[in-house]
Write a protein that binds this ligand. Structure first.
Ligand code: HEC
Ligand code: HEC
Ligand code: HEC
Ligand code: HEC
Ligand code: HEC
Ligand code: HEC
Ligand code: HEC
Ligand code: HEC
Ligand code: HEC
Ligand code: HEC
Ligand code: HEC
Ligand code: HEC
Length: 324
């Protein structure tokens, strides 16, 4: 009786051992299979799930004792078509990119997938980042010709290509390629502005415009930047155009104190004549006869051709005391 009892305990013990042995063997087998060459071939492309199913179905043809798991019934989801994510859907995760396009994308406000045909396939082992990224040239060709082929050197943000470009040393060399008018002007009318170069003034970003008053004091107190442009073009500042008729004598006073002093205090009628009436262009000296055609007899003027021989100082004509 006691023997029978012992025998059945031994039997159960051996049975449990057997089951454990069988199970552990099965597990190692299945993990070997998982590491098997078939799985290794699978590339990490977006179509991974479909390929896996392909293998899975193939495996289903295997005999049951070659499988460690019981395959479920074939699912129907793979019959459906994938619709591409919209920009908003991508933006749920990539809010930075979505927002910069929204704010400053300009004409790049396109569906993300219009440019990103392939994505979420970056693999650091393959080092395929560059390959994955869209290329400007695909859509724009060499927009500015072959000289400017590295687009992102200037258009540094692909999602907002019109964002003000930073002025780099390389950029500075080629202003004249796109702005020949300004470049020619600085060369034709040489001044210190020619020597300092474009980016001394257009310094921060492409298209930024400085104020003259950033670097210069006005000639007279209260003179505005708008007034500067009446006499100075920024790219040819010494090529001063004819003065505006309403130019005040005070502007001239900044540099011509003597003449200004005389005109301001003279008793002659020339005190009522504005500097720019006689000097309509800078450095122009008028003839008296432009305004006084026939003041005296011809005989007298033949003898004394220079009016100032008698009239002395144009800015302070001698007049009779209490003169007309
Ligand atoms: C007009 C084409 C265009 C559109 C539209 C566009 N991208 Fe891009 N994107 C690019 C280019 C070009 C690059 C590669 C830049 C580079 O080479 O460094 C890029 C790079 C990226 C990168 C990786 C580099 C980084 O900045 O992190 C992400 C992520 C990205 N885009 C997400 C998006 C998302 C999300 C959208 C839509 C909301 C979008 N893109 C729309 C052209 C585009
Ligand atoms: C569920 C969140 C999520 C959505 C939706 C999503 N992405 Fe991503 N994306 C990520 C993550 C996470 C990364 C990797 C980390 C990173 O680079 O920021 C990534 C990386 C990227 C990259 C760079 C790396 C690569 O492998 O391409 C691009 C480009 C990109 N996504 C584009 C897109 C586009 C285009 C869409 C919409 C069609 C989109 N993503 C939708 C989460 C998302
Ligand atoms: C998949 C195509 C595609 C790619 C890639 C692409 N673009 Fe564009 N880009 C466009 C389209 C489309 C427009 C709008 C054209 C139009 O309406 O005239 C545009 C417009 C522009 C504009 C004018 C923007 C505006 O708001 O006026 C610039 C600048 C530009 N792209 C530069 C770039 C640069 C730089 C890259 C690379 C970083 C790039 N693009 C990549 C398709 C693309
Ligand atoms: C040296 C700097 C520089 C390089 C490099 C450069 N660009 Fe530009 N690009 C500019 C400037 C400056 C403008 C005009 C200013 C603006 O539009 O804000 C411009 C304008 C454009 C425009 C027209 C924008 C509009 O107003 O319609 C497109 C498109 C463009 N670039 C595409 C490209 C592409 C593609 C490349 C590379 C093949 C490239 N650029 C390389 C500086 C550059
Ligand atoms: C690839 C061509 C290109 C190059 C290179 C280029 N520009 Fe421009 N630039 C343009 C175009 C096109 C515009 C007109 C842009 C617009 O209307 O958005 C412009 C506009 C400007 C403006 C006027 C902005 C305004 O408000 O009227 C200034 C200033 C300027 N550029 C200076 C420079 C300087 C300085 C350089 C050299 C560092 C330079 N640019 C290089 C194409 C270029
Ligand atoms: C001394 C400073 C200075 C220098 C140097 C300079 N600029 Fe300018 N530039 C200006 C100012 C100021 C304006 C604004 C003119 C206006 O508002 O009418 C301007 C305007 C411009 C414009 C816009 C055109 C317009 O009529 O609005 C362009 C393009 C430009 N500059 C290009 C250049 C280039 C290219 C160079 C080098 C060859 C250069 N600049 C050198 C100060 C300068
Ligand atoms: C970023 C600084 C800067 C800006 C902005 C600037 N200038 Fe100048 N300018 C200079 C420098 C530097 C000189 C060289 C002489 C000096 O050191 O004063 C100069 C010289 C001049 C000269 C004498 C030129 C010569 O060859 O003798 C005139 C005239 C002049 N500037 C007018 C202007 C006017 C008008 C403006 C606005 C349209 C302007 N400048 C904007 C820096 C600037
Ligand atoms: C009514 C005309 C007129 C106006 C307005 C004017 N200028 Fe002048 N500026 C001149 C004349 C004339 C010269 C002398 C040019 C020469 O030496 O041949 C001159 C010379 C200069 C010079 C170089 C000599 C010096 O004094 O350093 C600078 C800089 C200058 N102007 C800046 C300005 C600025 C800035 C403004 C606006 C605030 C301005 N100008 C407004 C007529 C004008
Ligand atoms: C920023 C200083 C400056 C301002 C402002 C200025 N000038 Fe001059 N002007 C000069 C310089 C410098 C000369 C050259 C002097 C020389 O060659 O000896 C000159 C020369 C002249 C000459 C010719 C002198 C000669 O010997 O042939 C006349 C005329 C003249 N200026 C008139 C004016 C008038 C009118 C104004 C006001 C509308 C004016 N200037 C404003 C600096 C200035
Ligand atoms: C009625 C006409 C007239 C008026 C008004 C006038 N000028 Fe003159 N200016 C002349 C004539 C004519 C000369 C030549 C004098 C000579 O040949 O000695 C001259 C010469 C000059 C010269 C050269 C230096 C000199 O004394 O020979 C300067 C500078 C000058 N004027 C500045 C001014 C300024 C500044 C004003 C206003 C404050 C002014 N002028 C007003 C007619 C005028
Ligand atoms: C831009 C024109 C202009 C020029 C140039 C000019 N004047 Fe006059 N002149 C006048 C005007 C206007 C009067 C005032 C006439 C009146 O009220 O009857 C005047 C008055 C005079 C008078 C009378 C003075 C008085 O106070 O009664 C004399 C003398 C005179 N001019 C001499 C000259 C001489 C000499 C020159 C050359 C060196 C000259 N003018 C150049 C415009 C000019
Ligand atoms: C030989 C000396 C002499 C010469 C040369 C001379 N003038 Fe006179 N001018 C006079 C005298 C004297 C008066 C009368 C003074 C007075 O009435 O106060 C006068 C008067 C004038 C008057 C004022 C007339 C009026 O009705 O009040 C003008 C204008 C004038 N001269 C212009 C000129 C001009 C222009 C020239 C040169 C083409 C010139 N003068 C040459 C001596 C001269």
């Amino acid at each position: 009786m006691k023997n029978k009892w012992l025998k059945s305990i031994l039997f159960i013990f051996v049975l449990i051992l057997g089951i454990i042995f069988y199970m552990s063997n099965a597990f190692t087998l299945s993990s070997k299979e998982k590491k098997g060459s078939k799985v290794k071939k699978i590339k990490p492309t977006p179509t991974v799930p479909v390929k896996l199913v392909g293998i899975y179905v193939k495996n289903a043809k295997l005999k049951p004792d070659q499988l460690s798991v019981i395959p479920p019934k074939k699912t129907e989801v793979y019959k459906e078509k994938i619709t591409p994510l919209t920009a908003v859907e991508c933006g749920r995760c990539h809010s930075y990119h979505f927002n910069i396009i929204k704010k400053s994308g300009g004409k790049h406000q396109l569906e993300c997938t219009f440019c990103h045909k392939e994505f979420h396939a970056y693999n650091p082992i393959k080092k395929n980042w560059k390959e994955l990224m869209p290329k400007c040239k695909t859509c724009h060709l060499l927009f500015h010709g072959s000289k400017f082929s590295d687009c992102m050197k200037c258009h540094y943000n692909p999602h907002a290509p019109k964002l003000p470009m930073k002025i780099t040393a390389e950029f500075a060399k080629i202003c004249g390629d796109c702005h020949p008018k300004e470049m020619d002007e600085t060369v034709k009318y040489h001044s210190m502005h020619t020597d300092i170069g474009c980016t001394y003034c257009h310094a921060k970003t492409h298209g930024c415009i400085p104020s003259c008053l950033d670097c210069h004091k006005p000639h007279i107190a209260g003179q505005t930047v708008e007034e500067c442009f009446k006499c100075h073009a920024p790219h040819s500042p010494l090529n001063i155009p004819p003065f505006a008729k309403d130019t005040s004598n005070k502007v001239c006073s900044a540099c011509h104190t003597t003449e200004f002093g005389k005109i301001s205090t003279t008793k002659s009628k020339h005190g009522k004549v504005a500097c720019v009436q006689c000097h309509p262009k800078h450095k122009y000296i008028p003839a008296c006869t432009e305004c006084h055609p026939q003041p005296h007899s011809e005989a007298m003027l033949k003898k004394f051709p220079d009016c100032l021989q008698c009239h002395m100082d144009v800015h302070n004509l001698p007049v009779k005391i209490g003169g007309k």
